[in-house]
Design a protein around this ligand. Sequence first.
Ligand SMILES: [Zn+2]
Length: 504
Amino acid sequence: MVKYVANMHGDEAVGRELLVYLAQYLLNNYGKDERVTKLVNNTDIYLMPSMNPDGFEKSVEGNCNSKGDYSGRENANHVDLNRNFPDQFYKRTNYLQKGGSILDGRQNETVAMMTWIATEPFVLSGNLHGGAVVASYPYDSGSALPCCVESKSPDDELFKYLAHTYADNHPQMRTGNACSHDVFQGGVINGAYWYEVIGGMQDFNYARSNAFEITFELSCCKYPTASNMPKYWRLNKESLIKYLEQAHIGVKGLVRDTNGEPIEAATIIVHGINHNVSSTHRGEYWRLLLPGTYNIHAEAWGYRPSDQINVTVMSGEPSIVNFTLTQDTYDDQGKLKSNEVEEFIRPIDKYGFFHNTEFKHHNYIAMENYLKELNLNYPNITRLYSIGESVKGRQLYVMEVTENPGKHSQDKPEVKYIGNMHGDEVVGREILLLLLKYLCENFETNERVTKILKNVRLHVMPSMNPDGYEIFKEGTIYGVRGRANAKGVDLNRNFPDQYETNDV
Ligand SMILES: [Zn+2]
């Protein structure tokens, strides 16, 4: 998609008429003239003859300069629309932080244009003005001084080429001295070098959309009499068409997922040029580039970045580079892993373990081995200790799991889990063993686990009653064998009770 927008300053009237002529010319010659037919068939052309119709109505034919009060140049609210756009270098940060909207203070015409520019996938744009004869390219703002210092965009070379495309094909513009008061080398100039424009539409296009826009000043006299218009058409006809044809330079293609579905808003990154373009809802993109060799890749949220593609751009037809992006994998909490991390970690199984887990019951010997093995494999985050012995002399093992175990930290609360107090209630015992394994295996690869182990000292006692467990038979549903300890005492009735009195 390409666009020409004219008459933003209501009293600069040449572009307004030229766009009507251009529309007529394209329509009259479509299907007859090969070049026009090709251009119209391959290009979505939008022509806006007047962006400031109110200002135009106040302007006077034959007036070469703006009126003293700028009515005509400005819109009906006396606002210069080419100073009314958000500026990338002069942001109203404080205002926006206090809850203001980026649209506050913008004129109707500006808001309509901002919306149009931001929502339609324009590739190339021309902004037609008057009062000089020159092609002025970005940036318009961002230079240190009000004039005579260039403010270069990352696509400076491309913009120069585009500006020259128009100027070189314009018999007066290319001389650089069409009007008595100005001299422009080759008929082109960096906008900020000429004079700084803050809040202009040209920079807004580049900063906020995929469109590359250049400002074309078409006549020394802003609103020449109608009798001059054939001359202006002759001067600008080739430039107007040639410029539109530049929408087809560089690289274009589609960004799709592995099912062939288009990916919207994928970013196309050209290495060495700090300005990206994005894909449309159909997955299409166009990246205007000068002839040369480039490394390009595509990225999209939720997908792994594509490989870098080395592409040679020739003049004339665009090079086609299609990207297929693979959906990024999600871990068990739905957190996106970056590509880099994923390459270093092993896949986890459906239970969240890296090493296959045998789901079985662990008697005392098996449990002891299990805990010692974990401690051996994860010495930096585990500490195995015993708080004492059972009646039968079995260790009452506790495993501390945390970053830097065994060290007190005032920032880390301590938490404990106790399992298997009743020797015949075994699920908790096994679940705690699995939890220990899960925490150890996922530390530093799983964000949530890592956060827990960095911030909590967790003490896990899989079995408080190992003696009871040993006499219990797997598969038992009813019965009390194994519930108590080796002396037949229910440990969960053996603690001092806060309501206990000596009388009872
Ligand atoms: Zn203007």
